[in-house]
Design a protein around this ligand. Structure first.
Ligand code: GLA
Length: 383
């Protein structure tokens, strides 16, 4: 892949570029908790957005999207949201740097990658984080990785219209080979847990669907959680987010809640607890418990948070009869994309066979399965 991107750059712009890559991510557990100041447990994986870029000495940003074979050029003094959907992920990053009064001279860029789009593996965060990382290096802008993650998140808010949390951009920039990262989304401290894959594999199964309500429902969940926080604040001014309460404290206020807001909030509080327990299970190398927590997470997302869909539920249900699957759940924002499965290494082929026998995408295709290798975050590639 990277050779193709570099060749495309040479053919188009006639010189040798600097080359960078930023990964997509998986999330083992802790879904829809990041924007509630809670806990998540993502890891970067060996699927990347690649960038070949170089300053061009002109007042122009020239982009070529290799995967779509499309171009986009804009003068450096006019950065604004575009009708070209893919360009917004790039322009949003530059816009944030300009807001920070950084100097971002014109450059040429070819980008593309192998993070599947719409699969819940954060292809958009890989693009935002990759460009942010590349420009930071190229123009010595002085941002830390965490600052880049925030900048990329704001790009998603303002130029893609999704009020996402920090998890995806964080994972793409901080990923550590062989480790999952338990992130406290309030303090932004994170703890790496070694994920010993001698006996287990992480396999994603792509439903092949991405329902169109994904981003509108996502933003709605955020508002519902905030509505819950507003109720809790009335009796305890110290509550800033769902992170600040226990399940018992929440229970004590159940009567004041609308039932939908209640089920959203109780899911979030329970999911935070599951992430903490999942961390303990990893320390004890107790993958059985870890897997059970993954199933519980799925059922919370399905029944209480209501962000699953029949295709995801079917994939999870298939695994429940397979004793070599320790855990399975929907991953990411929901309404389509992938399930994440923790499978015994001795049975990875059997797993893929069984899932592809029992599930077809709505178009009647065999679902894509991806066996993940946990990898480092964004980096420059010597080329
Ligand atoms: C998307 C968002 C993340 C996170 C997940 C759900 O991937 O970008 O910030 O909220 O959904 O856990």
């Amino acid at each position: 892949m990277v050779e193709k991107i570099v060749d495309a750059f040479r053919n188009r712009f006639g010189s040798n570029p600097y080359v960078f890559k930023a990964p997509g991510r998986v999330n083992l557990i802790g879904e829809h908790t990041d924007y509630n100041n809670g806990f998540v447990m993502p890891a970067a994986i060996n699927r990347y957005a690649y960038f070949a870029l170089k300053p061009n000495g002109q007042n122009l940003y020239r982009f070529h999207a290799f995967d779509f074979q499309k171009d986009y050029t804009t003068p450096t003094h006019r950065i604004e949201p575009s009708k070209t959907h893919w360009a917004n992920y790039l322009l949003g990053v530059i816009a944030q740097m300009v807001t920070d009064r950084k100097d971002v001279p014109g450059f040429d860029c070819v980008f593309g990658g192998d993070v599947p789009i719409g699969a819940g593996m954060s292809s958009s965060a890989a693009i935002e984080s990759g460009l942010a990382f590349a420009l930071n290096q190229l123009y010595s802008l002085g941002y830390s990785r965490m600052q880049l993650a925030h900048l990329a998140q704001k790009a998603e808010h303002q130029y893609a219209g999704v009020k996402c949390g920090i998890m995806d951009q964080f994972a793409s920039l901080h990923g550590m080979k062989d480790h999952v990262l338990k992130l406290d989304c309030l303090s932004l401290e994170f703890e790496p847990f070694e994920l010993n894959m001698d006996n287990h594999s992480i396999i994603l199964v792509n439903t092949g669907v991405k329902h169109s309500l994904a981003s509108s429902e996502y933003n709605k969940r955020r508002q519902e959680c905030q509505a819950g926080v507003d109720i809790l604040k009335r009796s305890n001014g110290k509550v800033q987010s769902l992170r600040d309460i226990t399940l018992d404290e929440l229970m004590a206020h159940k009567q004041e809640f609308d039932p939908v807001v209640w089920s959203r909030c109780s899911y979030v509080v329970e999911e935070n607890e599951r992430v903490t327990n999942a961390g303990k299970a990893l320390i004890n190398k107790d993958f059985n418990t870890f897997g059970k927590l993954m199933y519980q997470s799925h059922y919370g997302l399905k029944d209480k948070y209501q962000v699953s869909c029949p295709e995801l539920d079917k994939l999870v249900a298939i695994t429940e009869n397979l004793d070599y699957v320790l855990g399975s759940r929907m991953m990411g924002g929901g309404f389509g994309g992938c399930t994440i499965n923790l499978v015994k290494n001795s049975h990875t082929e059997a797993f893929i066979e069984e899932v592809t026998r029992q599930y077809q995408t709505p178009e009647g295709h065999t679902p894509q399965t991806i066996t993940c290798v946990i990898s480092n975050g964004a980096e420059q590639i010597e080329y």
